[in-house]
Structures are given as structure tokens and as C-alpha cells.
Design a binder for this molecule. Sequence first.
Ligand SMILES: *[C@@H]1O[C@H](CO)[C@@H](O)[C@H](O)[C@H]1NC(C)=O
Ligand SMILES: *[C@@H]1O[C@H](CO)[C@@H](O)[C@H](O)[C@H]1NC(C)=O
Ligand SMILES: *[C@@H]1O[C@H](CO)[C@@H](O)[C@H](O)[C@H]1NC(C)=O
Ligand SMILES: *[C@@H]1O[C@H](CO)[C@@H](O)[C@H](O)[C@H]1NC(C)=O
Ligand SMILES: *[C@@H]1O[C@H](CO)[C@@H](O)[C@H](O)[C@H]1NC(C)=O
Length: 308
Amino acid sequence: MRSILILLLIVFVLSSTCARNMTLNQHWKIWKNQFNKSYPNVEERLRRVIWENNLKTVEEYNRQADVGIYTYWLGMNQFEDLTNEEFVKLLNGFHNWRDKGVVVPVKDQGQCGSPWAFAAVGSIESAYAIKTEKLVSLSEQQLIDCSTLLGNRGCYGGSMTVAFQYIQEVGGIEASDTYPYKAIENTCTFNTSKVVVRLCGSVNISFGSEAALQQAVALLKPVAASVDASQNSFQFYKSGVYNEPDCSQTKLDYSMLIIGYGNESGKDYWLLKNSWDVGCGAQGYIKMTRNRNNQCGIATLASYPILC
Ligand SMILES: *[C@@H]1O[C@H](CO)[C@@H](O)[C@H](O)[C@H]1NC(C)=O
Ligand SMILES: *[C@@H]1O[C@H](CO)[C@@H](O)[C@H](O)[C@H]1NC(C)=O
Ligand SMILES: *[C@@H]1O[C@H](CO)[C@@H](O)[C@H](O)[C@H]1NC(C)=O
Ligand SMILES: *[C@@H]1O[C@H](CO)[C@@H](O)[C@H](O)[C@H]1NC(C)=O
Ligand SMILES: *[C@@H]1O[C@H](CO)[C@@H](O)[C@H](O)[C@H]1NC(C)=O
């Protein structure tokens, strides 16, 4: 077994040596493709620098392994765009954003199909708290009343990416203090001079990639995600790790905020903040199965905002 592994590594090293004349740009593109990596413009340059450093380290290490200084070789994997500090955090150090005091307490959407607004707002509240250390409850009602022009449908559904786009275009979002929640759609009364947070964009998690999702949640901020919540089991969830084999990966009808992940009695889970009254579920939070083939589509339509 071990000799097969070493053989594979040698083949890898040889083939990468043969491909040496491939330009660094080509290599970077192939690597990004292989691991479904995509970055917003500002981040691309940073990740590229880290990746090149890691590539150099791997190559230097393997040159020394070739002459017997080490007994094993290294290859490039999906973590090659992370610093060592980030990698360690990803694997061990991380629990959940609530413990860091950057998650606004659970709210209640009432009889209005607005989970998309709560998920979008939740992700902005946390991004803002991480950036400024100020925890401010922001306005779902503004999104319900005002983002209809871009295609959202108030209490009848909507999407986080459209909500982000709306906030970016209109110049920001108000606090829930100045634009409070009503649980019905009203006329838009957004007032630019009351804006608390501005957005300069948003990022979609690579379609279906729980690895990319984990990286974003651990290293950046909470992520808004849509899921299939149409099964009875979801409606009556109380505690434990929700596991629903009948869940769809693509028919998504509900949205929440991913604020962490973990492993409970051998079961990997995502920790999500819901927008039901805290009496439901586990005090308004739910643990959903993680790393089981993108169950309930958790990584299918996940996204997070970029603050200005
Ligand atoms: C490969 O790159 C080296 C150094 O950059 C260059 O001298 C050599 O001609 C290149 N070989 C081919 C086949 O392009
Ligand atoms: C917008 O808010 C500002 C500052 O609070 C206020 O002075 C102004 O009257 C508001 N505009 C409208 C149309 O309500
Ligand atoms: C994210 O995905 C949505 C839905 O597929 C798409 O409409 C939107 O343009 C994407 N946003 C970005 C920033 O790529
Ligand atoms: C990359 O995305 C494609 C679909 O876009 C998916 O089939 C594949 O499994 C993903 N690969 C990884 C490593 O996430
Ligand atoms: C979660 O725990 C189980 C059993 O202890 C283990 O098999 C699995 O690899 C763990 N997952 C992670 C990501 O640590």
C-alpha cells in the first residue's frame, strides 16, 4: 500500500517536472479548475501569492526528497491557496461564529415567506460585526418592500443573491430600528440617509462544493444558504443532526444562515441559524448533515456579501 502511494507520488513529481514549462498562469488555471476555486477580484491576487509560495515550498521539499533527505513527497491539493495558519484553523480551531459574538439573536419571520431576507440580512449583520465589532440588527423589511423590482417577491419568496444585488445598487441597508419588520409586504420607504451598511458585491460558493463552503465559513464569515426543507422531518426537527436521505440537492425552498460546523458523535454537521421563533427547533438553530453528498443542497446556492 505504502509503496503504491510512493509510486504515485513519484509519478506525480515526474509528471509535474515534465510539465515544468507550462507557465505558472496555466498551472494556476488548471489547479483552480481542478478544485472548483473562484475568487472575487480582490482576493484572487492574494490567493495566487499564497499558492505560488506553497508551490515553491512543495517543489523545494520534493527536490530534497528526491535525493533522500525526506522519506516522502508532497503534492498540490485543494488547500494550496491557504497559509499554514488558515489551514490549521480550518481543521481544528473553528467552532462557530455565535461564540465570537458576531451573530444577531434569532428573529421570527412570522407568517411571511421571507427566509431569504433573513438569511441575507443575517450574513450582512455578521460580516459587519466581524469588520467593525458592532452588532447591529438590520432590516429584512427593506428587502421585502423594496427588492421586488429586481425580481424578489416579498412574502412569496426571493433569493439572497438578488437581495445583495439590490442593496449594492440602492446604496445600502437600514437598521431594523429605523425600518422595522412587519411580516407583510408594504410600500418601499427606504431612506438613503439612514443606511448603516453598504455592499460592494457578493460571492457564490462553487456549485455544490461543501469543501469550498467549509473554507468560507471557517476563514471568512457566516454564509447564507438555501436548502430543501420540504420534508416533514424538517418541520418537526427538535435536536440532533438532521439527516434526510429523501432531501433534494436542487429543489431548494428555504434559506438560513450557516454560522459554523462540527462533528457530533461521529456525525459531521453544519450549524444553521433559522428565522423561526426560538421556541422551535434547538433554540432557533438547526444542525444539518455535512459531507454527505451535499445533502438538502446546502452548498448548491450558498453565498456571502462583500462589504464596501
Ligand atoms: C523550458 O524552459 C527552459 C527555462 O525556462 C528553457 O530553457 C527551455 O528551452 C524550455 N523548453 C521547452 C521545450 O520549451
Ligand atoms: C430621511 O431621513 C432623514 C434623516 O433621518 C430625515 O431628515 C428625512 O426627513 C428622511 N426623508 C424622508 C423622505 O423620510
Ligand atoms: C450567483 O449566482 C446567482 C444565481 O445563479 C447569479 O444570478 C449571480 O449572478 C451570481 N453572483 C455572482 C456574484 O456571481
Ligand atoms: C466541481 O464542480 C462540479 C460541478 O460544477 C462537481 O461535479 C465536482 O464534483 C466539483 N469538484 C469538487 C472537487 O468540488
Ligand atoms: C467525524 O467523526 C467520525 C467518527 O468519529 C469520523 O469518522 C469522521 O471522519 C469525523 N469527521 C471529521 C470531519 O472529523
